[in-house]
Ligand binder design. Structure first.
Ligand code: GDP
Ligand code: GDP
Length: 491
């Protein structure tokens, strides 16, 4: 048995049953926790999802279109999901659902935070997060309002997605709403499914459509990792990406063009570094410089997005000679969102003297506080200084990204951690963590099964300790919480 499967009932020591209302109950309770040490070390190494996992459904849409109401309807419960608190990031929480014998997981992809960058980027971020996390994306539109510009922006992002999208025309409470629903064909996402999340109308048909949209095989997020590892060179314009690529290809003694068994997409470059061939992705996009003043940033961010999609690890270049810019932060945010591994290359190191270097190191500690886990290397793309350190940094980051902690070891570790520092009491109740598993690698993603919500601060604490004890240098680590609700009236 592989520990890829995140559903605890697949674990022999953990017998849980699914209830018709979509919640699950278990017999093992803490016994499962105690006995979970027996699974095999190692797990599968080449890619995720051996075995059947329950598909993940992400629900997206503007505020107030009825997402929470719909999620409650889908999982068959009435109580509110985690409520939106303005200005506070809503945390990613999963809920389990059941329809016609198929189990699935509904993911709440997080809050809606129009930030300084405005509504459009917030929409795109939400949609991208959903596409990243889910096997099916459900986009909810308020049919009584019709498609707004924001809806159109989001639909535009989702149309590019490889993940199937199911469009919901919500608030169709009666026959009169059908015309409003039909108008949403204009979004270009196929048939709008008329639903009244509030009254339940149409929700059965919707669930059929969602289940039908689930791909047969669980999505291969990164394919099988054969062939060269895929690297994206990222950074704001003029930071030195092309110079670095030129240096790397120039110094590469044998740039392999037709390696047996690999098809070389002409948009990529194969480069040998430190005895290993690497695939630098979307280098065509890098060479195709866009110089029009307006829209440069847009194209830069589009290129970043595309390169990240294709890559496993990102090298983000930052100009050592200048203060960190908002654009640098944005690129780093995109890497974190994408879940790819990260190496930070401080470029143009030749332009700064020792004093400035010292000063900039301190600034960087502050500016890069959210990615303290990423390695920072000093390089000069033009002179080539420090560039030889790149391969080792990439290997470290990818090893962390691929790392899997066996379930038994993870639970023993977590049990000690929680005994020493229990989760904070919330609303007079102390949430219990029943069981944990690493649901996937690339990036390492952990799921904690709990009896109540775990605050973000506590999850960050767990992440910090995971990093200290297992070393995830260079890789993002995700921690999801799955709240296990007891079936009412049983036991
Ligand atoms: P969210 O912000 O997208 O999660 O939206 P909510 O689920 O909080 O719903 C926003 C408001 O729309 C609430 O007042 C709901 O009661 C209402 N609402 C949700 N679904 C429907 C529906 O199908 N019909 C009607 N009339 N109102 C609905
Ligand atoms: P890109 O837009 O990120 O591809 O940046 P380029 O590679 O075109 O570099 C922009 C400018 O910075 C060019 O004039 C390069 O010669 C210069 N440059 C790039 N890397 C370095 C470096 O390490 N040191 C110095 N002094 N200049 C650099």
């Amino acid at each position: 048995m592989s520990d890829d499967d995140v559903r605890p009932e697949s674990d022999e020591t953990w017998s849980a049953t699914w209830d018709a209302d979509g919640t699950w109950s278990d017999e093992a309770e803490l016994a499962g926790w105690e006995e979970s040490g027996g699974d095999s070390e190692g797990g599968s190494t080449d890619g995720e999802s051996a075995g059947v996992t329950s598909p993940t459904v992400a629900v997206v849409g503007r505020p107030n279109v009825g997402k929470s109401t719909l999620v409650n309807r889908i999982i068959g419960r009435r109580e509110a999901v985690v409520q939106d608190i303005p200005g506070v990031t809503r945390d990613r929480v999963s809920y389990d659902g059941l329809w016609n014998g198929r189990t699935f997981t509904v993911v709440d992809t997080g809050g809606w935070e129009p930030d300084a960058r405005g509504m459009a980027s917030s929409v795109a971020a939400q949609a991208e997060r959903a596409m990243e996390a889910a096997d099916v994306v459900v986009m909810v539109v308020d049919a009584s309002v019709g498609a707004t510009t924001t809806d159109e922006t989001m639909a535009g992002v989702l149309r590019r997605s490889k993940v199937p999208v199911v469009l919901v025309a919500n608030k169709v409470d009666d026959e009169r709403g059908f015309a409003d629903a039909a108008a949403l064909w204009s979004l270009g996402l196929g048939e709008p499914h008329p639903v009244s999340a509030l009254h339940g109308r149409g929700s059965g048909d919707l669930l059929d459509a969602i289940i039908a949209a689930v791909p047969d095989a669980p999505r291969e997020r990164f394919g099988v990792s054969r062939g060269p590892r895929r690297v994206a060179l990222l950074g704001k314009p003029n930071v030195g990406k092309s110079s670095l690529l030129n240096k790397l290809t120039g110094e590469s003694r044998s740039v392999v063009h037709h390696e047996a068994g690999t098809t070389v997409d002409p948009v990529d470059s194969l480069v040998e570094l430190d005895g290993e061939v690497w695939r630098f992705v979307d280098t065509a996009g890098l060479r195709r410089k866009v110089s029009t003043a307006s829209g440069t940033e847009y194209y830069a961010s589009l290129r970043t997005h595309n390169a990240l999609e294709a890559a496993e690890v990102a090298v983000v270049l930052i100009d050592t000679a200048e203060p960190m810019a908002e654009q640098d932060q944005r690129v780093i945010s995109m890497v974190i969102e994408s879940g790819r591994a990260l190496v930070i290359a401080m470029n143009k190191a030749d332009l700064v003297d020792a004093d400035r270097r010292h000063e900039s190191d301190r600034e960087l500690d502050r500016d890069l506080a959210r990615v303290t886990w990423a390695q920072r290397i000093n390089i000069s793309a033009t002179s080539g200084r420090g560039v030889h350190r790149l391969a080792a940094a990439l290997r470290t980051a990818l090893a962390s990204w691929d790392k899997r902690i066996p379930t038994g070891r993870l639970n023993t570790w977590l049990k000690d951690l929680i005994a020493a520092t229990p989760p904070p009491v919330r609303g007079g109740r102390q949430p219990k963590v029943l069981f944990a598993t690493q649901a996937s690698i690339r990036p390492p993603t952990f799921v904690l099964f709990t009896t109540g919500f775990l605050e973000a601060g506590y999850r960050r604490f767990i992440e910090r300790r995971l990093r200290e004890d297992f070393d995830f240098t260079g890789s993002p680590v995700r921690i999801n919480v799955r709240i296990r609700e007891k079936r009412a009236g049983k036991r």
